[in-house]
Write a new protein. Sequence first.
Length: 86
Amino acid sequence: MKRNEEKTRLPLLETAEGAGWSACTAARGGLTDREVALLREMRQVKARLQTAAESERPALAARLEALRVARHQARRERMALLGYPS
């Protein structure tokens, strides 16, 4: 772990369902660790998609769509944990 990451790493709180929640949700706009990881991977896939060969693009596009679905599901789970109706 880098020195700066040690200073900014946020402690996790466990919910009843066992999902990791950041103690300071304002730092990431209230997103869960899973949502942040999905968004990071989506950015990486989008960047690769821009420079990928034509033969690789369908697989990358399919992966991006799968990540979008997973992100939507993670958002719904977070909203349910917060008590919002779906």
